[in-house]
Design a protein around this ligand. Sequence first.
Ligand code: SAH
Length: 218
Amino acid sequence: MSDRYTGQRRALIGTMQERGIRDLNVLRAFDEVRRHEFLPDAVRHRAYEDAPVPIGHGQTASQPSLQALYMQVLDLRRDDKVLEIGTGCGFQTAVLAKLVDRVYSVERIRELSIRSREKLDELRISNVALMVGDGTIGWSRYAPFDAILVAAAAPDVPQPLLDQLAPGGRMLIPVGGRDTQQLMLITREADGFSEREVTACTFVPLLGRFGWMDAPRA
Ligand code: SAH
């Protein structure tokens, strides 16, 4: 269905392709979910820039091509059970819900989780479970997960998230300092974990028991 942003959305898909996104399922999912519907009114006109956008509470919706890279690198299958840490505005959650049957997403800021729930309900996206809490401890009730996407930057990989990865499961997590990080792909192998660096990146901090403990800098 087209809307006033359809042209801009198609242009963004083109930009994502130029930036290396080839997975057609991922591109289709980004075409189906309207990012502008998830953003606060004041920044809605920026929805189809390939850029992070402020969503309030000092947080940002991540850059679309980077979110798409996550999904492409994770090589998601329809029957994968996926855990997202950092629901934020719920846009990436909605895209994931188009790609896999079961999405679980944890957000520490209650207002963001509530808004995301309202939006997902409005769009009749029903295969997502949301929780307000500290995602650095994962969501043990639904573990193990085939894929874990961490949308905030950690000083180290939280041990509970490693523990909640299924055999063959993959996790993407930005690890490093407050200003820049390396996006790490961690895979649970038969005999332990393998890891590889995917790209340099900049995310808001992952705050919690196994993340950064102090308040974010102003
Ligand atoms: N995927 C989201 C990303 C939002 S930014 C989007 O595109 O909108 C990262 C989010 O992680 C923020 O909303 C922040 O509040 C949240 N976050 C930070 N630490 C967290 C933690 N320990 N548990 C859950 N969410 C956390």
